[in-house]
Write a protein that binds this ligand. Sequence first.
Ligand code: GLU
Length: 468
Amino acid sequence: MKTVTRFAPSPTGNLHIGSARTALFNWLFAKNTKGKFLLRIEDTDKVRSTKDSINKILEGLKWLDLKWDDEIIYQSKNQKRHNEVAEDLLKNGLAYKCFCSEEELKNMREEAKILKKPFRYNRMWRDRDLKDAPKNIDPVIRIKSPIDGESNIDDIIQGSIKVSNEEMDDFIIVRSDGTPTYMLSVVVDDHDMNVTHIVRGHDHLTNTFRQNVIYNAMNWNVPKSAHIPLILGPDGSKMSKRHGAIDVEEYKNNGILSDALINYMLRLGWSHGDDEIISLENAIKWFSLEKIGKSPAKFDNDKLISVNSHYIKELDNNKIISFLENYYNKKYKIELDKISINRLNLGLDDIKTRSRDLNQLAEMALFYCSKFPITVSKKADKYIKKVDKNTFKDLLIVLKNIENDFKKQKIEQIIAKFLSEKGLKLSDIIQYIRAMITGLDVSPRIYDIMEVLGFEEIKKRIEYFING
Ligand code: GLU
């Protein structure tokens, strides 16, 4: 039988890292088993679902390159079918109409509170004659949950889990306004989509027990389940905004590469020996649900950055340049011209090895652009303010002598000679020169940069500060 997995987000916000990881695990499992990965948008909550959120989810999945098979299913479009299933259950005596009043429910809740027990509807309409039904109440439809014995789930990740049926109640499958509930819609859709494996967060475990009641009542095959442990923040509490970025879009905006985020999310709860860097090809080959750990994974930002640095080093320069085109245009209104692109092609390899994220890379590579005057950081400006102008006037004269052979070794030699003649140390000039030609206080080796920029450009930049 072909594997069918699905990702079923509710479009009520952005694509959270936990959801993205659920999508990834479903996708990988489908790829590993040559099955299908389907996408279902659970948009039945009309108040909380938004178009904007749907777009964010789709954009996030596209950015991560987690392509789904077939058409997207919008759950709201299947409501008629969900109601038909509820009618079937009613007809077969496996569900019933409940005419409980608000007042009665309130009393049940209060009683539970006094007894310090979780609230359970007392099944008062389960076997009651409909002749008794009050006229002024629109009924809900409840499923008949088993009363005795226990229910069992053989979860691929969590193992065998048993729950006493006493803990379950006759939950609502159709609301009093006639709309199906999440519990019913999910089951009907998963069945109709031929889903074989439901891979989702551990927080859905109790839902799984309840949803199995519907599968059994309909006599449908119960899909296999795999409940993924949640992601915790570095301090061990539930991952949330206060731990920093949590939405896929935020990671993207923070300069994290999609390949790096995929690699990092994969390692959050799943492992293959001690491998940290795992290519997508190997991830597909090696992935199995059984190897997902049972305990929650802690989010570690340093690790994400270290994985990201690795992927940045490997990234093709053309891809970086097209990222930079966009970034500079948006932030500095700079268009990359031919000269800048040539310089970037010469200088990027070094900058790539120093970058934690793409934004840092962009700021570090900005000085290669032919924009004049250059942008100067606060730290660099402190040096520029203290520049000894005469030293640099003299240095330019010396550098002019090698103008036509402006190579890094040559530059290094001539600067060394200049320093010894002046009785100066390299540290007397290096940060000043760096500040004037890059606008930064940290950069690749100064001689390398000088070679890439060329004498004319160096002169122009230095003179701007010492003559100004
Ligand atoms: N729509 C649910 C959610 O976003 C997931 C449902 C499911 O995976 O069954 O939490």
